[in-house]
Design a protein around this ligand. Structure first.
Ligand code: SAH
Length: 255
């Protein structure tokens, strides 16, 4: 019997931000694999066996899912947001590469979810309306020197920058360092969106500037969007106000 492993995105929070395709897969799964708090977001009525794991054991979790698939299960691996953005889809494919042939008969596929940056952007308007990039500040899997180089390159290229894995107790100062790198290429008044626990009942979303960011208010449940030179804040009391226009003019060359 051929098994299957599907890596799904639960979205950032509320169930109605989850695709119907993902909801159907969760209900039909024989096995649900994931980080404990994410499995808690699956409806209690879903009958699949639950295999909870800690946050830092992605490789083991992926291997377990593939073994359950090899035994004929219809296995669903859950990620928050989108499973392809700093999440489990890569971890599963990495196992396939590390063990060629071991799970040849297991079908593996991916179902998307709303990633944190898109959810956060929608709360304030359209800050990602033109070219943007997504950078994780976690140096668990890549050296900090690479992160700084990428930040500098993205800032010099005038991308809007979405920062993930923004600040933890282990590395309290890196967000401030990252913003200082970006500030070498941006005006102090550049809009910055600090979006914490988007979609949860205690969500907070603040629009500040590069000059006024309080990095102490940022934690690992926060995504930070740094505007480009074109991002602006409309003077409106109600609803969406931050946007990046879809047209971009080459800045005039100096005389
Ligand atoms: N796969 C996830 C990202 C995993 S990396 C996704 O697509 O959203 C974890 C980081 O995502 C966190 O450190 C934080 O920066 C961001 N994040 C995840 N959920 C969030 C939420 N509800 N609100 C704000 N940021 C969130």
């Amino acid at each position: 019997m051929t098994g299957r492993v599907t890596v799904v995105g639960l979205g950032p929070g509320p169930d109605d931000w989850r695709t119907p395709a993902v909801t159907a897969l969760l209900e039909a799964a024989t096995d649900l694999v994931g980080y404990g708090p994410y499995l808690d977001r699956v409806a209690p009525a879903a009958p699949g066996r639950r295999h909870r794991s800690g946050n830092r054991v992605e490789a083991n979790r992926a291997e377990l899912a593939l073994d359950l698939g090899a035994a004929g299960g219809h296995v669903v691996v859950v990620s928050s947001g989108d499973p392809g953005v700093f999440a489990m889809a890569s971890a599963v494919l990495e196992q396939l590469e590390l063990h060629p042939g071991r799970w040849r008969d297991v079908a593996v596929d991916v179902q998307p979810g709303i990633t944190a940056a898109l959810a956060a952007a929608s709360r304030v308007g359209a800050p990602l309306g033109h070219d943007f990039c997504v950078i994780s500040l976690s140096d668990v899997r890549k050296p900090w020197s690479i992160i700084e180089r990428r930040l500098a390159a993205a800032a010099a290229a005038d991308f809007v920058i979405a920062l993930y894995n923004t600040r933890s107790g282990h590395r309290p100062d890196q967000l401030a360092t990252a913003l200082a790198v970006v500030a070498q290429h941006r005006q102090p008044a550049t809009p910055v969106v600090i979006a914490r626990r988007v979609g949860a009942p205690d969500e907070t979303v603040d629009v500040v500037t590069l000059r006024t960011v309080d990095t102490g208010a940022v934690d690992m449940s926060t995504v930070v969007l740094v505007g480009s030179s074109q991002t602006r804040v409309l003077d409106r009391p109600l609803g969406a106000s931050v946007y990046t226009p879809r047209t971009y003019e080459e800045p005039a060359a100096p005389d």
